[in-house]
Ligand binder design. Structure first.
Ligand SMILES: *Cc1c(COP(=O)(O)O)cnc(C)c1O
Length: 236
């Protein structure tokens, strides 16, 4: 559970997040329209999420299937992404409830997404998850595997690959994450240049509360922010 967050606290947090994002965008000479803010809403109650939506949050992301399902009926309309580790047998539970799955970490998972999307006559937008720090504890493709994975996944009939997503290693200082964001951006540009059929490479999802401004400076088009908007979580 999160600690109780007042409307005033959210308003202030939101203002700070927007400020950090705008400074980063300005610093890097990018345009506001190039970077989307997604609110990572794990552990946040539906009243608070709905309040955030009223205040202008347009994109929300859950990272647990059970939690997404338990909140789904009570949420106001918003663009909804799945951002967490997804097990193959849970795909059918969320296929009609999100507009993008950001965390495609295996060909097997991609196959199942395409199959379930096909059953309901949908094409699911996905991002390919990259394990940019080469960590054993994280899922995702290595940079070396990315081109092959992308080519295979893009062939699936009911999937549309929109780009890449990454959760870099946790660092003590936000600035230490910059090299991972740079590597991700390089990979993103590299994959875009390959013009792989049925893939667009328009979305690069990276950066969280500690470092989303650095990610935005380094080319993120989507940043996923939880704590900086909603306050500290007791569990993560
Ligand atoms: C929780 C979460 C975030 C947001 O993390 P914060 O550090 O709270 O901003 C971003 N991405 C994913 C995949 C998450 O699970």
């Amino acid at each position: 559970m999160m600690e109780k967050l007042s409307a005033e606290e959210f308003d202030l947090n939101y203002k700070n997040v927007i400020g950090r994002l705008e400074r980063a965008i300005k610093k890097s000479g990018r345009d506001k329209s190039e970077v989307t803010l997604l609110a990572a809403t794990k552990t946040v109650d539906t009243d608070t999420i709905n309040y955030a939506i009223d205040k202008g949050i347009e994109y929300i992301g859950e990272n647990r299937v059970q939690e997404l399902l338990s909140k789904y009926d009570r949420l106001k309309p918003a663009h909804s992404h799945f951002i967490g580790h997804l097990q193959t047998n849970k795909v059918k539970d969320i296929i009609d409830k999100v507009e993008m799955i950001e965390s495609v970490h295996s060909i097997k998972l991609a196959n199942e997404i395409s199959k379930q999307a096909g059953k309901i006559g949908k094409t699911m937008d996905v991002l390919i998850e990259i394990n940019i720090g080469g960590e054993d504890s994280k899922s995702g493709f290595s940079p070396e595997e990315t081109e092959n994975a992308l080519t295979e996944i893009a062939k699936l009939p009911n999937i549309s690959v929109k780009g890449l997503m990454s959760i870099p290693p946790a660092t003590d200082l936000p600035e230490e994450a910059r090299k991972y964001f740079r590597n991700m951006y390089k990979l993103f540009i590299d994959m875009r240049a390959k013009n792989i059929d049925n893939s667009s490479m328009s979305v690069l999802s990276m950066g969280m509360s500690n470092d989303f401004d650095i990610a935005a400076e380094e080319g993120a088009t989507l940043v996923r922010v939880g704590t900086a908007l909603f306050g500290k979580r007791i569990y993560t």
